[in-house]
Design a binder for this molecule. Structure first.
Ligand code: THU
Length: 161
């Protein structure tokens, strides 16, 4: 028996002014995307934007449904939309933001487990670490380089034979 420890590296920017041009633009796109969110049940509006290696930015937002599990997170809407429209073009980065009608979202919103699992495969297809930027409506920005920094012990397709 042995004890192991998972340690993750990430960067925190105190606000978006500290970001580089490309990151700042992607984050702005995510904030714009959140305005299209359809979230009548949670009133939690999430926006995502992915940047492709050809420079194209694709937006996504959460879309809820009265049959709750039928809805989809902003991140997966953005990633699936990008992959559907540009199947051959690697995804390099994703930015995620959110605002709520009920509370001030001043902390970064981190992607849910299902979205992280999709990020794993997006990253594999791209062949390089995915950059993940997370912010609330305002406040600090967390930046992760590579999905493994967000999700250790990922499920991999090598187990499928
Ligand atoms: N949601 C996202 O779009 N992304 C996340 O990372 C977390 C949650 C959505 C799903 C649902 O529409 C609402 O936020 C509340 O959970």
């Amino acid at each position: 028996m042995r004890k192991e420890r998972f340690i993750s590296d990430y960067v925190v920017y105190e606000c978006e002014d500290e970001l580089g041009t490309q990151d700042a633009e992607l984050l702005r796109e995510a904030h714009e995307a959140a305005r299209n969110s359809y979230a009548p049940y949670s009133q939690f509006h999430v926006g995502a934007a992915v940047r492709l290696s050809n420079g194209v930015i694709v937006r996504g937002n959460n879309i809820e449904n009265a049959a709750y599990p039928s809805g989809l997170c902003a991140e997966r809407v953005a990633m699936f939309s990008a992959q559907a429209q540009y199947p051959e073009v690697p995804i390099e980065a994703i930015a995620i933001t959110a605002f709520s009608e009920k509370v001030e979202v001043t902390e970064p919103v981190a992607p849910c487990g299902a979205c992280r699992q999709v990020m794993v495969e997006v990253e594999q297809l791209a062949g390089k670490p995915l950059r993940i930027l997370c912010q609330g409506n305002t406040g600090p920005v967390m930046a992760f380089d590579g999905v493994e920094t967000l999700m250790p012990f990922i499920f991999l397709d090598k187990f499928l034979g």
